[in-house]
Design a protein around this ligand. Structure first.
Ligand code: HEC
Length: 474
């Protein structure tokens, strides 16, 4: 698989066969060549249990020769096939994102050559200085100013496999006496049962995701008194003794109080809830759009769907009609959901439209498909689907909104999600019987055509226009 131009030869052979000078001889030793690559590209996940990236546990550490040697062959196959390090953006987007995890062809060749020539140790004196990783209890973002946790730990029962829980942190004045601007966030799962966490405006923890660090002058507003909802997805094998008491947390570093923070990051989820994927369909696509009101800068993307998700595409359609691919994820992998954060934020003029295209493979050819005979709709279990094209950006006009203002509507209620969650009989709309108690008072208002059902169109309109209860704090 490899194509190295170097002549690779183990040290012991040199003396024995008397090679000399005119051949360019490179010894691919662990200390001289392999360890620097592992430090730079692998150890963020592959180090002692529990101390790795966001707590997502890679099966083995790759910090010493003794640890790496038994994995030499597996390392070679995994890097040659580009399975490791995990990164799903198309090659054309190489170099755009701060958290890109890819190896150069030369690095791949080196790791493969090392494995193929006996995985020799070499001289420890050649080793680069050991990379200092924070201890298990420490945070990658450094000393946090605040650690947030849900109000109470959550118990995942022994019998559970997939659990979706909505937990809350009540933002008391003791926790946050004044509005602050977040500079860095690291979300850490409290147990190995955590598959992913989405907690706007803190962000998301998904397998493979890194902590978020914003550049100078950019941050996310954390508002006094604004409770945080943690959408938790727990996933584990069921069975006696497998239950856990999970207490996940998020560490936050703020800008100093009163610091001049030029831009606040806001978000939109480009969510769709009204898709119906036919059984067996190998490429079913839908789109969602978002238009910038002002000149803006795109900060990051995060496509999210479930097991049948196949590919994701973000495109910009500029006011003059030209189209540009921003991010293409040609082979979406549910196990590796990255946030793609721009190194240099992507400037887009006012009126630019982002078009997000989600494409599913509900055919038997999709190895992750749990059942290709099903019609698939929006739902929380991984065997149903979701479609989010998360997008975060800064608005150059300085118009500051709360993080998910657009998606969550004028009053923080997203009726579209409410309908999707309440639609027990799966007919794509919410009847009065299905509607949650707190909704009954204004069911008829949202049901604009008075047919006794709230359909997705009515829900969307209500989300965008209705103000119920007290106006959201600004
Ligand atoms: C973002 C975290 C992350 C990074 C970065 C990463 N890995 Fe992994 N790696 C994992 C996890 C988690 C697994 C186990 C799950 C899986 O196989 O997908 C894994 C699996 C592997 C395996 C397969 C182990 C087996 O059981 O066969 C090898 C080999 C490997 N990684 C090598 C590497 C190398 C070499 C690098 C760097 C070039 C690297 N990984 C970078 C997280 C990571």
């Amino acid at each position: 698989m490899h194509s190295t131009s170097r002549i690779v030869i183990a040290l012991a052979l040199l003396g024995a066969f008397g090679f000399h000078a005119h051949a360019e001889v490179t010894f691919i030793t662990f200390y001289g060549y392999v360890l620097p690559i592992l430090e730079k590209n692998c150890q963020v996940c592959h180090r002692m249990k529990g101390a790795n990236l966001g707590g997502m546990i890679a099966p083995m550490a790759l910090t010493t020769y003794e640890e790496a040697r038994p994995w030499a062959k597996a390392i070679a196959t995994n890097v040659a096939s580009r399975k490791m390090p995990p990164w799903s953006a198309a090659p054309e987007e190489h170099g755009l994102f701060v958290n890109e995890r890819t190896l150069t062809q030369a690095e791949i060749d080196t790791l493969v050559a090392w494995a193929e020539t006996g995985a020799v140790r070499g001289d420890p004196a050649d080793a680069p200085p050991a990379k200092a990783w924070p201890a298990a209890a420490d945070w990658l973002i450094g000393e946090p100013d605040l650690i947030l946790r849900p109000d109470a730990p959550y118990v995942v029962e022994d019998a559970a496999t997939d659990v979706y829980a909505y937990l809350k942190t009540t933002m008391t004045d003791v926790i946050l006496p004044v509005d602050r601007v977040i500079r860095a966030i690291e979300i850490r799962p409290g147990s190995s049962a955590v598959h992913h966490i989405v907690a706007p405006p803190l962000g998301a923890l998904t397998p493979g995701n890194d902590p978020t660090l914003y550049p100078d002058g950019v941050g996310v507003l954390l508002k006094r008194g604004q409770d945080i909802t943690w959408q938790m997805h727990y996933h584990k094998e069921p069975g006696p003794g497998t239950g856990v008491r999970d207490e996940s947390s998020a560490a936050i570093r703020f800008y100093p109080p009163g610091a001049q923070v030029k831009y606040l990051v806001q978000g939109n989820d480009l969510g769709r809830y009204d898709f119906v994927i036919p059984p067996g369909d190998a490429s079913y696509a839908i789109t969602a759009e978002f238009t910038f009101d002002h000149d803006s800068q795109i900060v990051s993307f995060m496509p999210h769907f479930h097991l049948r998700g196949k590919s994701a595409l973000y495109e910009a359609v500029y006011p003059d009609g030209t189209r540009e691919t921003l991010l293409s994820v040609p082979r979406y992998d549910f196990n590796w959901q990255s946030t793609y954060q721009y190194k240099d934020f992507k400037k887009v003029p006012k009126g630019t439209k982002v078009v997000y295209t989600a494409l599913w493979d509900n055919s038997p050819a999709n190895p992750f498909n749990p059942d290709s005979s099903q019609t698939v709709r929006w739902g929380e279990p991984t065997t149903d689907e979701m479609s989010y094209g998360y997008l975060s950006f800064i608005d150059e006009s300085g118009e500051q909104e709360s993080f998910f203002d657009d998606a969550n509507g004028k009053n923080g209620v997203n009726f579209v999600i409410l309908v999707a969650l309440s639609d027990k009989n799966r007919d794509g709309k919410m009847s009065e019987v299905e509607s949650p108690a707190e909704m009954l008072g204004f069911f008829h208002v949202v049901d604009a055509n008075g047919d006794g059902f709230i359909d997705m169109n009515e829900a969307r309109t209500a989300t965008q226009t209705m103000r119920v209860g007290p106006a959201k704090q600004r």
